[in-house]
Write a protein that binds this ligand. Structure first.
Ligand code: CMP
Length: 150
């Protein structure tokens, strides 16, 4: 795994990023890295979707704060594709706690708060598949690119 194989990952910009007008800047970083935006959509997450997405964190002390934040306004949902996309995105976004995130990473450049931390990206191939299926139908990921080279 991760030997240059093409992967798909699930990424979303949280309401703090959308509210602050950072969508373009962050999407530009992903594109400039050479990754392909396979699908992208503005969306207002329901509580049910947020609870499904963050199911692995049920019961943690921050869970309710997290669900309230991600449902507080529109988010930008994306499926991003490219060689080692999962690990590449995780490195680009930086540590979960923005205090620990290196300058040059997305959180290290734009965030200060661990809940309003701008962006989420799946941490494994299994979570990527599970998370993207909550928001995207398989045909949404295919139909746009039918007959497109590269
Ligand atoms: P994300 O990558 O979306 O995955 C889970 C989210 O929980 C994380 O980013 C943070 O925004 C949020 N969170 C809030 N508090 C914590 C915490 N103490 N540890 C981990 N994640 C937290």
């Amino acid at each position: 795994m991760g030997m240059g194989g093409v992967e798909r990952t699930f990424v979303f910009l949280k309401p703090d990023a959308v509210r602050r007008g950072l969508m373009g800047e962050i999407v530009a970083r992903i594109e400039r890295r050479g990754l392909k935006i396979r699908a992208m959509r503005l969306h207002r997450m329901t509580r049910e979707e947020a609870e499904r997405l963050y199911e692995p964190h049920v019961g943690k002390e921050f869970f309710e704060r997290l669900v309230r934040h991600v449902t507080s306004g529109p988010v930008l949902l994306m499926v991003v594709e490219g060689p080692n996309a999962i690990r590449v995105l995780r490195r680009m976004i930086g540590a979960t706690d923005p205090v620990e995130a290196e300058p040059g990473t997305i959180r290290g450049d734009f965030a200060l708060d661990i809940t309003a931390n701008i962006i989420h990206a799946a941490d494994s191939p299994e979570s990527a598949e599970r998370e993207m299926r909550i928001f995207f139908k398989e045909e949404e990921l295919e139909v746009l690119w039918e007959g497109v080279e590269g």
